[in-house]
Design a protein around this ligand. Structure first.
Ligand SMILES: NC(=O)c1ccc[n+]([C@@H]2O[C@H](COP(=O)([O-])OP(=O)(O)OC[C@H]3O[C@@H](n4cnc5c(N)ncnc54)[C@H](O)[C@@H]3O)[C@@H](O)[C@H]2O)c1
Length: 383
């Protein structure tokens, strides 16, 4: 990794926001970037107040993302932000992401990437045209033991995959939290701003985790998304059956009304010769069960972690790493990809592992197909 830190700006992530602060922490964790500019909130007044609170200089603390784009573009190329992180609610992803990418800025965008496949295609076309680095923060891909799980499955350690179970269960929306105006619940349960409910917010993480670990492609799916909480206008629970190319089968469930669950994202993959199991709430452990041997626990940083996971690990085993570090692995990859592009060399390591616009587009399609299947009474649909 090169020593020159990159400069980045942020859209969203102002006062009272959730994930923006995680991005800011992760982006600078390895000294690869500095936070220098922002249009941090949906109203100019709050944007400016948020930026001041975070120490942004007045001349790069912008009232809107449109002004940030115009004024950053007007700076000499070496003095512009090197990338922008966009951490707004879902309905406010496409416009800034497409505009910054079209103007040649590298982009980190949170999930789900955009609201529909038409926007996803447009974004893919824009990034292809300008050649910018574009990452979608499916952050669970950044965990060292997810990388190890992917390595094990893809190199045949458990044999051909037969069955995948993946679930992402939360309980925080078990009541009509949005009625009290809770910020994160408010837009997540509004179809106009969220697009989809549980299937978009967390089901898409589960889809991405399956693809990341197994490399399997969904061929068909059959879905039952539903709304449990009275008065809610969006799904808060979904069950999906998956048929993968090559014959493997999967079951994906997501829910935001499972009382007692926090962020229970977990995956089990069963092959002909073994199985693996990983759980986000205990991310420093991965179970490997060979068919002919005893099951064993692989630990992050432990003797069987392997070099790919080791390259994504910062501290010795036993000291927990987690959410922030996994996010930071995406940012480290993005920084390396930007430096590689500028230096005209092929990206390597983490720079080849972060989710791209194509992963984002597949995630959007997954959400659409789940809702389509549900609308057709749970019909099997081609993916
Ligand atoms: N990868 C993950 O694990 C993860 C976790 C949480 C949220 N997310 C995603 O991140 C995004 C934000 O979620 P959140 O929970 O932080 O939401 P939030 O409501 O807490 O924060 C959103 C922020 O965006 C700002 N904003 C809205 N419109 C804006 C605009 N036009 N210009 C500038 N700022 C604007 C709001 O003022 C607020 O500061 C969502 O797309 C969500 O799906 C991802």
């Amino acid at each position: 990794m090169t020593a020159t830190p990159l400069s980045f700006g942020m859209v969203g992530g102002g006062q009272g926001a959730f994930i923006g602060a995680v991005h800011r922490t992760a982006a600078i964790m390895d000294g690869q970037a500095r936070f220098v500019a922002g249009a941090l909130s949906s109203t100019p007044r709050k944007s400016l107040a948020s930026g001041r609170e975070l120490g942004l200089p007045d001349d790069r603390n912008y009232p809107t993302w449109q002004e940030m784009l115009a004024r950053e573009s007007a700076r000499p190329p070496h003095d512009r932000i090197d990338f922008v992180s966009i951490v707004t609610p879902n309905h406010a992803h496409f416009e800034p992401a497409n505009a910054f990418a079209a103007a040649g800025f590298n982009v980190v965008l949170d999930k789900p990437m955009v609201m529909n496949s038409a926007q996803a295609s447009q974004l893919a076309a824009t990034t292809a045209k300008t050649g910018v680095v574009f990452a979608v923060t499916y952050n669970y891909t950044g965990y060292p033991l997810v990388k190890r799980a992917a390595e094990l499955v893809r190199t045949g350690a458990i044999g051909p995959v037969r069955k995948v179970f993946v679930e992402y269960h939360q309980g925080w929306l078990a009541t009509r939290l949005e009625a009290g105006g809770q910020k994160q619940a408010d837009w997540r349960t509004d179809p106009k701003r969220a697009g989809a409910g549980a299937i978009g917010d967390i089901g898409s993480h589960a889809e991405n985790l399956v693809a990341t670990i197994t490399g399997l492609e969904i061929e068909q799916l059959c879905a039952d998304a539903t709304t449990f909480v009275p008065g809610r206008a969006i799904d808060d629970d979904a069950s999906v059956l998956l048929r993968f190319k090559g014959g493997a089968r999967g079951v994906l469930t997501c829910s935001q009304v499972c009382v007692g669950e926090e962020n229970n994202l977990s995956i089990r993959v069963y092959g002909e010769n073994g199985a693996i199991a990983w759980r986000q709430e205990n991310p420093n452990e991965l179970w490997l069960s060979p068919r002919e041997g005893s099951k064993r626990l692989l630990t992050r940083g432990g003797p069987e972690a392997g070099p790919i996971a080791a390259a994504a690990t910062r501290i010795p085993p036993g000291h927990p790493e987690g959410f922030f570090e996994a996010f930071a692995n995406i940012y480290r990859g993005v920084a390396e990809a930007i430096h590689a592009k500028r230096e005209g060399r092929a990206p390597a390591g983490l720079a080849t592992q972060f989710p791209t616009v194509h992963d984002g587009a597949r995630g959007v399609r997954f959400i659409e197909r789940v809702l389509d299947s549900t609308a057709r009474g749970g019909a099997w649909l081609a993916f």
